[in-house]
Design a protein around this ligand. Structure first.
Ligand code: ISL
Length: 545
């Protein structure tokens, strides 16, 4: 297996709107991030991924870009960006930008021109049809919007203000490569590519069977016939000419298809975020149609990916990001075992094979939030389904409960810096309310408490660097069927490690300890005696002697 910096790195994702406000307008900004670089260096991460910071009308918080070469006004100026990048590099860290090129904003100059007339040179930058098909948008309702000016419909797989680009048009692809070069020539270290499997649409745009949206994504929207041709072209024209990290948001990619994107011999992407475990509790009605999940299923998904990619491909490891609930609330126990499960989940993401990605605030054990009124939510996805429910006279209380569990604003409340007003995020009125638990969970307290989740991350990040078997080593599950236990072995020529995770509120007695001599290295309960039973949410890492 090829050894390289982007496999060894640990990514930290920043959602700039919610990270740190430096000028009191209630919205996080680039100078705010620069102020906090020492905090990130102290944590010990290597790469910062910034969710989009480009000019945008913010229909989808920056995932709707109106100018790829300008900084969003609320976030600051290009000079602020240059200072941020210099500050990141000065500390030996790297910067990953978000590349959102499946769609633009409807305020992008290309789209404004495209909608002018059917013979406008930009018409073919987007996907126009006299009649829509039956496709649904990710954010509810039809994926087509009628435009009165030319009396045709345009395709938008996300909000109606995010028209899909037409990648069949070579000019569109050239524009994308050119804007990538713009940022790379400034010195950025790579891209996280938003919904990249969706860029090639199926010929003729056939109707879908809308009874199961997830299936539609996997089988109709993603992995279109030209996607690999486009990605190879991008690689040849741009990525291969720089020493960068390319990360695809791998929505709709099955484990068997994974190496088509990330196989070492493919010259497409370095790695992808895969989604199986993120959709694990989504019912056929989508994310707000919640199904219980099982740890056996989580284990099966990670095992399946490992086996399918083998030595040839590489993935990211993550349990939350700006689109999914807080990991300690979803996969852990954010009440009684907040600290233990926060650390156990850190152990998991930092010891599976792949490049880990930590979402801002996970190192503080930040949790989901439960606003009592829909009016306090901001996310377009929540706004759209709220409207759909109101129009259909459906049960709004039930929806609010589902939003508490699954809504994207769970992870978008301001970063909790300290116990002062608005969690030290802003001196003004924050664009979204802070989570009221900021008085318990915040960076200031975490840094003052040597047993905090923060210091566990710090310790484990260092541990991982000096034990590269945890990066490159092979992976095999130890237990198979115990729902409460996730145990696995990582090994290579340098040695072997066993990781035991009790994913439950109960004491686990029947732990299948291996016969070999085990040397305890790191865990989430204090150094107290390590018995044969695993305590609730206990994690332990051993070296096999
Ligand atoms: O959050 C989701 C819907 O509930 C996910 O399915 C999400 O839409 C999907 O992961 C694609 O996400 C990316 O593209 C979207 C943007 O809204 C997300 O924030 C981004 O991560 C459109 O650009």
């Amino acid at each position: 297996m090829q050894k390289t910096w982007w496999k060894e790195a640990v990514i930290y994702q920043i959602y700039p709107r919610s990270f740190k406000d430096s000028d009191g307008d209630g919205i996080g900004d680039l100078r705010g991030i620069t102020e906090k670089l020492d905090y990130l260096k102290t944590l010990g991460i290597d790469v910062i991924w910034l969710s989009p910071i480009y000019q945008s009308p913010n229909d989808d918080n920056g995932y709707d870009i109106s100018d790829y070469r300008a900084i969003m006004d609320e976030f600051g100026s290009m000079q602020d960006f240059d200072e941020l990048l210099a500050g990141i590099h000065a500390r030996g860290m790297k910067l990953l930008m978000d590349l959102v090129v499946n769609h633009t904003s409807d305020e992008h100059a290309w789209f404004k021109a495209s909608r002018q007339s059917k013979d406008n040179p930009y018409r073919d930058y987007y996907i126009w049809r006299p009649q829509p098909n039956n496709w649904r948008s990710f954010f509810f309702g039809s994926a087509w919007e009628f435009d009165e000016q030319t009396e045709e419909y345009f395709l938008h797989l996300f909000t109606r203000r995010q028209p899909d680009l037409n990648w069949e048009n070579p000019k569109v692809r050239e524009e994308v490569y050119s804007l990538m070069r713009f940022w790379l020539d400034k010195g950025v270290d790579g891209f996280r590519m938003d919904v990249i499997p969706l860029i090639s649409k199926p010929p003729g745009l056939p109707d879908a069977d809308n009874s199961d949206f997830q299936k539609v994504v996997d089988e109709v929207y993603a992995n279109g016939p030209r996607v690999h041709e486009f990605l190879k072209e991008m690689n040849q024209e741009v990525s291969s000419r720089y020493d960068i990290m390319t990360v695809g948001e791998g929505i709709g990619i099955s484990p068997e298809q994974g190496n088509l994107y990330v196989g070492e011999n493919r010259q497409e992407l370095n790695m992808i975020f895969h989604f199986g475990h993120m959709f694990i509790d989504h019912g056929p009605g989508g994310k707000f149609d919640i199904f219980p999940f099982s740890w056996n299923k989580v284990k099966e998904i990670f095992g399946h990916w490992h086996q399918a990619l083998g030595e040839a491909g590489w993935v990211n490891i993550y349990l939350d990001n700006h689109d999914f609930p807080r990991m300690v609330s979803r996969f852990g126990n954010d009440g009684q075992y907040h600290r233990e499960s926060g650390k156990l989940l850190a152990t998991l993401i930092l010891s599976l094979r792949g490049t880990p990605c930590i979402y801002q605030g996970s190192e503080l054990g930040m949790t989901n939030v439960a606003f009592e009124r829909f009016e306090d939510y901001r996310d377009i996805e929540t706004m759209n389904i709220w409207q759909e429910y109101r129009e259909a006279g459906k049960d709004l209380d039930a929806l609010l409960k589902a939003v508490h569990r699954q809504g994207r604003d769970n992870v978008r409340t301001p970063m909790q810096w300290d116990g002062s007003a608005n969690a030290g995020f802003t001196n003004g009125e924050p664009w979204i309310k802070v989570n009221p638990n900021y008085t318990h969970y915040n960076a200031e307290q975490a840094l003052a408490d040597e047993d905090s989740i923060f210091y566990y991350y710090q310790k484990f990040l260092q541990f991982r660097k000096v034990n590269p078997t945890l990066i490159y080593g092979d992976y095999e599950q130890i237990d198979q069927n115990d729902e409460k236990l996730y145990a696995y072995r990582r090994w290579d020529a340098d040695g072997a490690y066993c990781i035991f995770l009790n994913c439950s509120d109960e004491v686990l007695n029947n732990v299948p300890w291996p016969k070999e001599k085990l040397n305890y290295l790191i865990g989430n309960y204090s150094a107290a005696e390590k018995g044969m039973a695993l305590r609730p949410w206990e994690s332990r890492v051993y070296r096999v002697e």
